[in-house]
Each structure stands twice: as C-alpha cells, then as structure tokens.
Design a protein around this ligand. Structure first.
Ligand code: C5P
Length: 405
C-alpha cells in the first residue's frame, strides 16, 4: 500500500520490533523509519543471527531506542526482557524466522526476543520471511495456524524469487503493507463491524473505442478515507474509477471505468452497507458515443467538430434516495462560488448526513494535492471549517465527525 495514505497521529504510541536472522532483516530499518514518520516511538531487539545481517548501530543511529541484543550484555537492564510488555502497544516480529514462530508456539524463552514475546500480552504481529521449503514445511504450517488461532496478526509472505535463488512463497511482504498492519494495531477500533462503501477517482466516458472524456482526479482523498476506515477496523469496499491508488490489501476493490458502471456497482452494494462516502469525481455528462468505429479526422463538419453529451446518473443522489434510516451517507462538493448555499442545498436534496465542501482554486487543495481545506456541514445543522490539513488528517476527522453526529 501507499504509505503516504497513513495517518501520522500516533504520538504517545510505542512499537517494539523483533528482528530475526534473514536477508530481509534490513527491511526492518525501513519499517522503523515508516513508523517514526507516523510519530510512533520505536524500540527493537535483534536476535544474534539478525545482528549478523544488519548492525544494531544502524537502528540506534536512526533513533530506535533502546536496541537490545543478547540477554546478558554487560550493561543490560536485568528486566529488559519485560520492558516491551510493559511499555509497548504492539510487538512486531519483522522478519520472523521459522525458528521464532516455533518458539512462540511453545513458549520457549531462550534469548532476549523470545523472552520479550512471552512477557508481552498486547497485540503481536509476525511477518515471516524464509526459504519456500521452510515456509511450506508441515511444522511451519501448523505453527502459523496455532499462532493465528491465538490472535497473532500474520502478514503473509509474498511469492517470487527468494535470496537463495529458489522460487515460491517466503519473501517478506512489502514494508508498506506491514506498516499498515502495525498502524492498524495501534489505531482505535471504533469502526469495527461497520461496512463502508467508498467511491473514488475519476470516471471515463468514451467517445469512441480509443478516446474518452474525463478529469484529473487521482482518488487520493477517497483512498485516505478508505485507509483510515480500514485502520479503525471497518470492512471497506472501494469502487474505483481508473486511477493508480494503492490501497491496503484488506480493502476490497472493484474497478470500474464509466459513471454508469460505477452507479451499477454502488446500487448493487449499497443495501449491504452501513455507510457510504462518495468522493469520486464522476463525469456529470458523457459524450453520445459515435459507435464502434474510431472517429476520423474528416468527421469535422462546417460547424467544427460537434460532440453531443447526455447526462450521467447522480450516484450519490441515487444512494440518498434508497437510504434506510440505519444507513449514513457522505458526499463531497467542490464549489467555485456560493459554497455555503450550494453545500447546504446538496445536503438536503441528496438526503445526506454530511457533506464535505472545498472551495476550488485554494492553493494546496483539490485534485492531486496531498492536502485539503474543507468545510463540513451535517444533517443536524452543524458547520465546521477546518484549516489546510493533510488529506489523511482530513479523512480521520471526517470519520470522527460522522461518529459524533
Ligand atoms: O452535485 P455535485 O456533482 O457537486 O456533487 C458532488 C458529489 O456527488 C460528490 O460526492 C460526488 O462523488 C457525487 N457525484 C455522484 N455522481 C455524479 C456526480 C457527483 O455520485 N454523477
């Protein structure tokens, strides 16, 4: 997933990394940096084998504190084996070796990391990396199943070519995906049990087989909302127009192209949802198609090149019309003038619980920007203006606001 979609409001949270002996051990450094960017404090324990692949000093130099190694280092705190359990909100073993998985199953405690794992009663995540034969071995299969039964969060390894040259499952999952899972364990699960539908991105309306009418929406605001809802425990379905947003693997994604396809997908999904949020920049009009043949240059007539448009369905209004009293619906509005009146009008007309309006032409807001400046109106008559914020922060606040109305 795109780590730029992660929220950075984890000040006061602390993660402990367990690093095992694997060629992938260096990727734990990237994970530590990603967590620090989200404002998570990070400490680490390297097994003896891990310290052969990557230097503990690298972690220390990057602000990981403390960094532990052997159990009986001369200057070691005699209770270091209890420290993560007392102070950390999550313990993530990345990369996790077959050995540590087996030790966790049986409660072996013969080095610093295995003692710390045994003494940690909070959330634990493992991201295994090993040779495919070791990963597929019946003992490892059993161990993984036992750990999952106990509630350990597992980020499955990818398949591909591993360091020794073999091909199969066993490559460490991408660091972005692991980072997302660690952040999820650090997030409030206040949206658990909610089924959330999001539309995002542009739509494409074809003129002929190779040309279309569209807009520059990147889907970033919608992807931030989808990611924030997923981090907070929701079951998220995204209906995405053509865009390259990379979403967490736990988010269900349905790719569509035109407004009519997006409309059909949303109508189909809506009855089984608790919340929908329409962020897609849907083309209000579509060109009347010229048929299956590619248009030719000589199609230009005396009035120039004439294209007729017809109206697309208003997806948001359709969901509003079909909304049950137990469902919540959020719309977006980009306005160039009369923002207040237009936003309030849409809130009512489309039967919304909330509308998020942003003035167009504000520097740093709108299409493709990493930030947004919005005004929020709700069905209880509330109106709030938020400062220019990262879209991830805007997304987080939108879900907070929905919960509060
Ligand atoms: O009426 P207006 O197009 O300004 O409303 C914008 C809101 O409606 C956005 O939430 C957008 O995703 C949604 N919309 C839609 N279908 C359309 C046009 C807009 O769902 N055809």
């Amino acid at each position: 997933m795109d780590t730029g979609l992660l929220f950075n409001g984890y000040l006061g949270k602390r993660a402990h990394l367990g690093v095992c002996g694997s060629v992938a051990a260096y990727k734990a450094i990237e994970l530590a940096r990603g967590l620090q960017e989200c404002n998570v404090a990070v400490s680490a324990t390297l097994t003896r084998a891990a310290a052969r692949f990557v230097a503990p000093l690298t972690f220390t130099a990057l602000g990981v504190d403390p960094v532990w190694g052997d159990m009986f280092q001369d200057d070691a705190d005699p209770y270091a084996h209890l420290a993560p359990g007392r102070t950390c909100h999550v313990l993530a073993v990345v990369p996790a070796s077959a050995n540590v998985l087996a030790k966790m199953v049986h409660g072996l405690a013969d080095d610093m990391l295995s003692c710390q794992l045994l003494a940690h009663s909070g959330p634990v995540l493992v991201a295994p990396a090993m040779n495919p034969a070791m990963w597929e071995a019946p003992a490892t299969r059993d161990n993984v199943a036992r750990l999952r039964e106990r509630g350990v969060d597992l980020v499955f390894p990818d398949s591909g070519k591993v360091a020794c040259g073999d091909t199969g499952n066993g490559r460490l999952a991408p660091v972005g995906a692991i980072l997302g899972h660690v952040c999820r364990l650090l997030s409030p699960q206040d949206m658990a049990g909610l089924r959330v539908l999001l539309t995002l991105g542009p739509t494409r309306e074809k003129f002929d087989p190779v040309r279309f009418w569209s807009n520059p929406s990147t889907g970033r605001m919608g992807a931030s909302l989808a990611t924030a809802a997923w981090l907070r425990g929701a079951e998220v379905t995204v209906v995405a127009g053509p865009c390259s947003q990379d979403l967490p693997s736990g988010v269900r994604r349905i790719d569509v192209s035109s407004a009519r396809e997006m409309d059909a997908a949303c109508r189909d999904l809506w009855p089984a949802m608790d919340v929908a949020c329409c962020t897609a920049a849907v083309a209000d009009f579509r060109p009347v198609a010229f048929g299956d043949a590619k248009m030719k240059k000589d199609a230009v007539g005396p009035d120039g090149f004439v294209v007729h448009f017809e109206q697309n369905p208003d997806i948001l209004a359709g969901l509003g019309a079909a909304k049950r009293p137990d469902q919540r619906l959020i719309g977006f509005a980009a306005e160039s003038h009369d923002l207040d009146a237009n936003a309030r009008g849409k809130l009512e007309r489309k039967n919304l619980d909330m509308i998020v309006a942003n003035p167009v032409n504000v520097p740093g807001a709108g299409f493709a920007a990493g930030t947004n400046q919005v005004h929020v109106y709700d069905c209880r008559g509330g109106r709030e203006s938020w400062p220019l914020l990262a879209k991830t922060e805007v997304a987080w606040r939108i879900w907070d606001h929905l919960a509060a109305i």
